[in-house]
Design a protein around this ligand. Structure first.
Ligand code: FAD
Ligand code: NAI
Length: 466
């Protein structure tokens, strides 16, 4: 038996960041991870491989469509899907090895195997060869992440009916891909395959895409993706799927009730959300229970059992890598007896489609529901010189500020490189900045970031460049 100050279960963005911070603070720490590689969902089958394919497919489409030709670059690209997948896998392998390096640098022991809570301060690890390792810890951090939510009647085989992991590793370009769920995964991976040549139909239960996203932002994104050829079938539910040889027959019904319809395709991607993952964790032996969704509750990252903490996708809040990372830092600081807090009001969200979407803070709908008086500053990228010269002028920056104090309450953007620009507003909101603060700050010209300033000027009605 080896004794540690902290044992972290799970080696994703929650777990590996918790382990690294614990190492930095001089705690004796181990991270238990059952996968062959560190990095969790994010590095292995989530954020990173999806962004690798989004990047490559975006370039392929630019080269093969009208975009390159209109810039005076005439090429005839040929898709080498095998190479596209290989470069993705190599990048992922490099990143996961990088976490191993960071573990060595910060004196974190990686215990390879699946961890089970086995009594107070005890974690039992089962290694791949079946051998058992008993660990003892003053504090245990659960960071076991999430898994795709299954859809009854649509059994995932990762041959024809895929989850996100299957859709990141297809051996061919689908002729017709049906995506179930118009959320982040559906729109990102649907974009990848559409750019590479698939017809893509997105079936969504609700009568809108991306629930939770600011309404106007979601509508603008849907319009842009529709223009690119993505088809949306909103207000529809899939009641069953039958694989027939190389194809799949989906039974679809209007969500509000009505006649069923059959939709044929060669691949289906089920992307209707993710659910917390606690299988085999032995929660009962530790006296822990989950809610109906399988989620472990927390109070400032503490579970109901003293000495057991929980962070990341397996607990409440947005299922995002940077949210897990923030919780990891705050949780370990608290374990080390220091003070720390996560500001859940300033967790940005990004959708890496083209155009991109980036948001932070409250939506207009949330402000209305809360009865808060607010002002809006909105600036279109059609009036931003850099976006215009680059022929990527779709979208806008929208700033929502308190009517009385001018404090920035929410920012919603659709457009070029907005994923890289939302950080400016995160900093501003952490400092409780007013829209006027941003409006008075010099931004470099010509950059897309000037749109951030113009939108802030718009809150007080003095946009100068539109
Ligand atoms: P995870 O990353 O899921 O890590 C948990 C780890 O724990 C896993 O490696 C698992 O093997 C391990 N584990 C579980 N149980 C045990 C056990 N008993 N013993 C040992 N190990 C165990 N988020 C973003 O912010 N940006 C994005 O662009 C983005 N893109 C995504 C794209 C896709 C296709 C998907 C699926 C997700 C994406 N996400 C993105 C979400 C992001 O991946 C998650 O929010 C993030 O990985 C959560 O981190 P985590 O540490 O809580 O859990
Ligand atoms: P999601 O919650 O984003 O979207 C799921 C969609 O499926 C919703 O629109 C929902 O209304 C719809 N839906 C639910 N049940 C349905 C049904 N039976 N039939 C049809 N539609 C149905 O979930 P998604 O896309 O699976 O992503 C999971 C998580 O991964 C998200 O929480 C997200 O935060 C994270 N993620 C983040 C990314 C990013 O930050 N860029 C990229 C990919 C994933």
């Amino acid at each position: 038996m080896t004794a540690y100050d902290v044992v972290v279960i799970g080696g994703g963005p929650g777990g590996y960041n918790a382990a690294i911070r614990a190492g930095q603070l001089g705690l004796k720490v181990a991270c238990v991870e059952g996968r062959e590689t560190l990095g969790g969902t994010c590095l292995n089958v989530g954020c990173m491989p999806s962004k690798a394919l989004l990047h490559a497919s975006e370039l392929y489409e630019a080269a093969s469509g009208k975009e390159f030709a209109s810039l005076g670059i005439e090429v005839k690209p040929k898709l080498n899907l095998l190479q596209m997948m290989k470069q993705k896998d190599e990048s992922v392998a490099g990143l996961t090895k990088g976490i191993e390096f960071l573990f060595r640098k910060n004196k974190v022991d990686w215990i390879k195997g699946w961890g089970t809570l086995s009594g107070a301060g005890q974690v039992l690890v089962t290694a791949a060869d079946g051998s058992l390792i008993q660990l003892q810890a003053k504090d245990i951090v659960i960071a076991t992440g999430s898994e795709p939510t299954p859809l009854p009647g649509v059994a995932i085989d990762n041959q024809r009916i895929l989850d996100s992991t299957g859709a990141l590793a297809l051996p061919e370009v689908p002729k017709h891909l049906v995506v179930i769920g118009a959320g982040v995964i559906g729109l990102e991976l649907g974009s990848v395959w559409r750019r590479l040549g698939s017809a893509v139909t997105v079936v969504e239960y609700l009568d809108r895409i991306c629930p939770g996203l600011d309404d106007e932002t979601a509508k603008t994104l849907q319009r842009a993706l529709s223009k690119q050829g993505m088809k949306f079938q909103l207000g529809s539910k899939v009641s069953g799927a039958v694989v027939k040889g190389q194809g799949v027959e989906l039974s679809l019904e209007p969500a509000a009730g009505g006649a069923a319809q059959v939709l044929e395709c060669d691949y289906v991607l089920v992307a209707i959300g993710r659910r917390p993952y606690t299988e085999g964790l032995g929660l009962e032996s530790a006296g822990l229970t989950t809610d109906k969704r399988g989620m472990l509750a927390n109070d400032h990252h503490k579970t109901a059992v003293p000495g057991i903490w929980v962070i990341g996708d397996v607990t409440s809040g947005l299922m995002l890598a940077h949210k897990a990372e923030d919780e990891a830092i705050a949780c370990v600081e608290r374990i080390a007896g220091r003070s720390a807090e996560v500001n859940y009001n300033v967790i940005p969200s990004v959708i890496y489609t083209k155009p991109e979407v980036a948001c932070v803070g409250l939506t207009e709908e949330q402000l209305k529901e809360a009865g808060r008086s607010y002002r809006v500053g909105k600036f279109p990228f059609t009036a931003n010189s850099r976006a215009k010269i680059n022929h990527e002028a779709e979208g806008f920056v929208k700033v929502l500020a308190d009517e009385r104090t001018d404090e920035i309450l929410g920012v919603h953007m659709v457009g070029p490189s907005v994923s890289e620009m939302i950080g400016e507003y995160c900093v501003a909101m952490e400092f409780a900045a007013s829209a006027e603060d941003i409006a008075l700050i010099c931004h470099p010209h010509p950059t897309r970031s000037e749109a951030l300033r113009q939108a802030a000027m718009g809150v007080d009605g003095w946009i100068m460049q539109a």
